[in-house]
Design a protein around this ligand. Sequence first.
Ligand SMILES: [Zn+2]
Length: 467
Amino acid sequence: MTTEPSKAPPLYPKTHLLAASGIAALLSLALLVFPSSDVEAKRTSLSLDLESPVEQLTQDQDASDAQQATNAPTESPFAQIESTPEDTQQATQEAPAAKNPQHREVIVAKGDTLSTLFEKVGLPAATVNEVLASDKQAKQFTQLKHGQKLEFELTPDGQLNNLHSSVSDLETITLTKGAKGFAFNRVTTKPVMRSAYVHGVINSSLSQSAARAGLSHSMTMDMASVFGYDIDFAQDIRQGDEFDVIYEQKVANGKVVGTGNILSARFTNRGKTYTAVRYTNKQGNSSYYTADGNSMRKAFIRTPVDFARISSRFSMGRKHPILNKIRAHKGVDYAAPRGTPIKAAGDGKVLLAGRRGGYGNTVIIQHGNTYRTLYGHMQGFAKGVSTGSNVKQGQVIGYIGTTGLSTGPHLHYEFQVNGVHVDPLGQKLPMADPIAKAERARFLQQSQPLMARMDQERSTLLASAKR
Ligand SMILES: [Zn+2]
């Protein structure tokens, strides 16, 4: 326990975002390191429906890679999607286009206005006015984009009955004639989530090889940050490194409209293979673990003292035992016998190893640009730990004591993210907790099929490439 003169505002930052952006910044650099030379990444996108994992579908749109996918089934990969209940429910009214004279389609070209388009299907200018006057939102039909398709349904005598158009992959707007003129309606399609597989071999840079393999830039960044604690993407990437990724793909109306999370990934760097599986625990927190359930995140060890008891938790207001005033306790206290070793939570540089007011003997360590840890009330410092020295994660930096404003032997431990105190016991710090025992079975139930699928898909792919 400590008098904390901190005036920092009581903010809880989105620490994992900060951590992620720090890594992302490093990676942006790393991704640019390799010059463009010849890139050969084998590309496949075998989309698999989450509910029916046996179905293998290709949705390769890249002509140059098409030959690599020739062994995959050729029918529409989205045949099944189009018949899912979600889709039927939200399907737009696609009239049988071709030979129905009452159904007309026009594609917006340069210079087109709603009037010229109406003219093309034989509707008078008066109808345009009637349409626009019918509903405030009908104006949206005037915000035309080049290439946009407008579909008209006409009555047998050539009057407008219905007009609709897709304004994006997920949005359709419609005007329908009713008793009181035209009624506007917007239908938003909720994309269906599928999973897709991608495999890449690095021949130049990670970003180029990943792009070749069909992985978006943001997915590539995600993958790099998932493995960011194990692989130094700035220095360690080599030609011949390989990766497999199963990721979420958002599909609407038979079209890929976006991506979601990486579900599992494997990265072979210089002959060593790392695995990652995304798991959402029962509390709803998602994180990446190795296939055997260890956390991918190793930036910090959670507890700097082994065999200690938490005697006071992080709080924004509590009664200080010595000052007898309400004070924030911006750290965690670990009670342990005098002389118990205290470990550095992560690699870093010692900013201070010395006295600091109520903290007594204190070590402050800076970890990269973002993180800082503080260890107070120490009895003394470990050999070699002094202001300006570097320490490794887990290295003993000092020993439990009760120096400074303290009621008994304990460690006062603080964690800062960009200068703001956060709870070191909070869920969102990049800590190294493995899967909880109680969730292990559930985790394996999810991770094992994902790992098996990456094996199976890679061998299918490699076999087809050899033929
Ligand atoms: Zn304390």
